[in-house]
Design a protein around this ligand. Structure first.
Ligand code: IYR
Length: 224
């Protein structure tokens, strides 16, 4: 191993096997209640809650600990309106043919369309950006590694953290997404990765039946 400094692991918690089993069951029961929501209430959510969830996302494992992500948190009604206007314009092209029949067929059971009112109704939008490299002070560019994997895991942590504190989310990926770089004023080394819509569900929020059907354990896992 190369020379490096290490600290003793001091915050590991060992649970008894019975406790482990109970916790694994409890986590599954709780995460099973996470659904992608497309009808949001405008009920406010304190910024500190969003900040804590982003701090949780920032602990995700990632390539060389370069932490190649940026979370642009949008609360301004004016900026949300810009995001909605541009996302809907792109989505119209997508739903009117750019997606192709096969993709549109796959989306049918979800009932999605180019209308994205939740981009204005929800109290928070989090635009997640990936960083392919970082410009150092001497002008030299430092590479980042496993960028998609890293940002994907951090996004998963974020969704989990938001669910855990009682909020609902939608992972929205308008196609193309480049308009977000401009609206969020992000530099050239960053690419928009995903737009997360965050808030409370509307009182009449629904979940598509199609989305609730999850593959069984034997379909998704093999034990050797
Ligand atoms: N981005 C579009 C289309 C869309 C694509 C997939 I794959 C989905 O799982 C859901 C929607 C939209 O947001 O409507």
């Amino acid at each position: 191993m190369q020379e490096h400094n290490s600290l003793p692991l001091s915050d590991f918690i060992e649970y008894s096997p019975a406790e482990m089993l109970a916790r694994s069951e409890q986590f599954f029961v709780d995460i099973k209640r996470r659904h992608s929501i497309r009808q949001f209430s405008d009920k406010p959510v304190a910024q500190e809650i969003i900040e804590n969830c982003i701090k949780a996302a920032g602990t995700a494992p990632n390539g060389a600990n370069h932490q190649p992500w940026h979370f642009c948190v949008i609360h301004s009604a004016d900026i949300k309106a810009q995001v909605r206007q541009q996302a809907e314009a792109h989505e119209q092209g997508f739903y009117q043919g750019r997606a192709g029949d096969e993709w549109l067929g796959a989306l049918k059971p979800l009932g999605t369309d180019a209308n994205k009112p939740y981009l204005e109704h929800a109290p928070w939008l989090i635009a997640i950006f990936s960083q392919k490299n970082k410009e150092l002070e001497d002008g030299h560019k430092q590479n980042n590694y496993y960028v998609h994997e890293s940002v994907g895991i951090a996004t998963g942590f974020l969704i989990n953290a938001l669910h855990n504190c009682g909020l609902v989310t939608l992972t929205h990926t308008p196609k193309p997404m480049r308009f977000l770089s401009k609206i969020c004023n992000r530099p050239d080394n960053e690419r928009p990765y995903m737009l997360l819509v965050v808030g409370y569900p509307a009182s009449d929020a629904t979940v598509p039946e199609h989305a609730i059907k999850k593959k069984s354990l034997v379909e998704i896992a093999s034990f050797l």
